[in-house]
Design a binder for this molecule. Structure first.
Ligand code: APR
Length: 283
């Protein structure tokens, strides 16, 4: 009777389940866990990644919309391209909700295993899932930064997105220079603001904090990043150099294979609930 069941459990399935069990045990044995996430963890929330086929950098040229100078030049020379780029971004962010990948990390935090999430994402979905200790090294689309004094102010996500949606969807009356009016002026010096996101060529945010947290962990979960954008992409290496074990969860590749203890080739939104089930069974 068991013969055919065992036949059903292919060696690949057994290896995969073994990986999950190994990761679950590592999580239970760890003193301080940090998660490092990228666009992939928000893919199941409907936000396209950057470098997958059909991703954002497949559709738009990062030199035109990914640098501050490029964005200004493109706004003046090809305003319709900016409207389309922003309309798409606002559309997917507006529809997006946290998925089981985000909620899984929040559960690990609630259980006392996960200390901090270091994310490259600007979508605030970790916080929306309930994570309380989140470092956004590439900033946030839902924070405004004064162009003059640098003062920051939080935006109400839904309110901002609904205004931005109306503005960018209005292709007949679109005036690119009015984009700045979507954000509140600085409450102190009353100068215009810009989104507090890190564009290519700009300094990342809270890097010293991110590095020291990465170097103090003994287990790093790397979810949904291709690991090509530095200095953030160096964080798993910095953790490994200090003796941390690195676990990678990504359905398209083991991008940190040189330092990776266990690789799970699965979408984060599928892997995290499985891991949590096993952890709960082992407790
Ligand atoms: N779960 C986990 N990983 C996934 C999933 C998923 N459901 N879907 C896709 N992925 C993988 C992709 O295959 C890819 O390897 O997540 C990775 C996302 O990589 P990128 O698109 O390169 O995004 P990221 O690594 O976050 O980019 C870093 O580059 O464009 C800049 O500033 C931007 O923060 C961004 C930085």
């Amino acid at each position: 009777m068991l013969g055919h069941l065992r036949r059903g459990l292919t060696p690949k399935f057994n290896r995969k389940m073994d990986s999950y069990h190994k990761v679950a045990r590592l999580i239970l044995e760890s003193r301080q866990i940090v998660a490092f996430t990228g666009a992939g963890i928000s893919a199941e929330s409907g936000i396209p990644t950057f470098r997958d086929p059909g991703g954002l950098w497949d559709q738009f040229d990062p030199d035109e919309v990914g640098t501050a100078g490029g964005l200004v030049n493109t706004a003046l020379s090809k305003p319709e391209l900016i409207r389309k780029f922003m309309a798409q971004l606002v559309e997917v962010f507006d529809k997006s909700q946290p998925n089981m990948g985000h909620y899984g990390l929040h559960s690990l935090e609630q259980m006392g295993y996960l200390k901090t999430v270091i994310t490259q994402n600007i979508d605030a979905l970790h916080q929306e899932a309930g994570s309380t200790d989140v470092i956004e090294v590439h900033g946030s689309l839902f924070r405004a930064r004064c162009l003059n004094c640098g003062r920051k102010q939080m935006l109400h996500k839904r309110e901002f997105l609904s205004r931005a949606k109306k503005f960018f969807e209005d292709e007949h009356n679109f005036e690119v220079l009015k984009m700045v009016e979507l954000l509140p002026r600085c409450p102190v010096c009353h100068n215009p603001s810009r989104p507090d996101v890190v564009m290519f060529g700009e300094a990342v945010q809270m890097l010293p904090e991110a590095v020291s947290i990465a170097e103090s962990c003994d287990l790093m979960l790397v979810l949904g990043t291709s690991g090509v954008v530095y200095p953030a992409a160096a964080l798993p290496y910095q953790a490994a150099e200090r003796g941390a074990k690195v676990i990678e969860i990504n359905p398209t590749g083991n991008y940190y294979d040189s330092i990776c203890e266990i690789y799970i080739d699965s979408p984060a939104g599928e892997a995290m609930p499985k891991l949590l089930d096993i952890i709960k069974d082992l407790l």
